[in-house]
Write a protein of this length. Structure first.
Length: 310
């Protein structure tokens, strides 16, 4: 029996804070890029967070055992997690933080499509398909609604492409977790696999790409602390706690807030330009996320009508 409950005030407040944090993380990565590359920041934060999660598991008496068969899907989700953030780190070199967060957070759309083909219980309804169409329309407008590529525009399009690839990799990670034995394991074990494996792979990628430079500045250290303690450790564990106590379909509807926060922070803190077509595309992507992720909530609202009295 599923004991998870509908959203209450506490859950909505926590989700609002999480979306704000996730929207801010790309902006912080970009802001500190002159002192430490985004890829190096991401690699180091995953290593720090892996140590913290490992300590938490030790305190709880949780162990990683080869005999339980989780190491194979664990390696897979770790690889996909590393691929996602390799694309994020590289993409931020070519595009804005606002573009990165919008294309990255198309992930719920690709998760819905992936689960639709694999799980009968996750079949998409007509309204969700409409949401998918809206989101893809938004992606096309955001990508190609800026005139002919050339110079800096071509560079930004490449960064946007990498950001979209990161969103697909994130979705693949989620689908892999849902379809494997990790779906029945504690959230800390799944998170540890993701962090530990991706730390090794991302550090190798950082070295191979020659992006190990680090200037010891307050901005660089502040970014690392924020990314390690707040984003990769506290926010992820909080998200998994919410998933254990509240209905995932109701939580998912809040994911549209993250791209909006990301765009707002990018414009406000980094003075990034806000193109009209990109804004239209962003709104369409967010609308699609709401229709796809929030379908259960929307269906409940529309099916519950007040009783008429005569």
């Amino acid at each position: 029996m599923d004991h998870r409950k509908a959203l209450d005030g506490q859950a909505m407040a926590i989700m609002g804070v999480l979306c704000l944090i996730w929207g801010l993380q790309q902006v912080v990565l970009k802001a500190a890029a002159a002192d430490i590359t985004p890829l190096m920041q991401i690699a180091l934060r995953t290593g720090v967070a892996a140590v913290l999660v490992g300590l938490l598991m030790a305190r709880r008496g949780e162990r990683l055992r080869l005999s339980d068969g989780t190491w194979r899907p664990g390696l897979l989700v770790g690889f996909l997690f590393a691929l996602e953030f390799l694309l994020v780190g590289e993409g931020l070199r070519f595009t804005t933080a606002a573009h990165m967060v919008v294309f990255l957070y198309t992930a719920p759309i690709f998760v819905a499509l992936g689960l639709h083909w694999k799980l009968p219980a996750e079949r998409l309804a007509a309204l969700q398909w409409f949401g998918v169409a809206l989101a893809f329309g938004g992606i096309v407008i955001a990508f190609f609604g800026r005139g002919q590529p050339g110079g800096d525009l071509a560079t930004m399009l490449w960064g946007d492409f990498l950001a979209l690839g990161a969103g697909i990799a994130w979705a693949a990670t989620t689908v892999a977790v849902r379809l494997s034995s990790l779906a029945r394991e504690p959230a800390t074990k799944t998170l540890f696999y993701q962090l530990a494996v991706s730390f090794v792979l991302l550090m190798l990628a950082t070295i191979a790409l020659g992006q190990t430079g680090f200037k010891s500045t307050p901005l660089a250290w502040g970014s690392l602390l924020f990314q390690s303690l707040v984003v990769s450790f506290a926010s992820y564990l909080t998200w998994f706690w919410l998933l254990r106590h509240y209905l995932a379909s109701r939580l998912g509807i809040f994911s549209f807030l993250t791209p909006l926060f990301g765009v707002a922070f990018g414009v406000w803190l980094l003075d990034e330009p806000l193109e009209p077509n990109f804004l239209v595309g962003t709104l369409l992507v967010c609308a699609g996320i709401v229709l796809v992720s929030g379908y259960g909530w929307i269906k409940t609202l529309t099916s519950s009508s007040p009783t008429r009295t005569t």
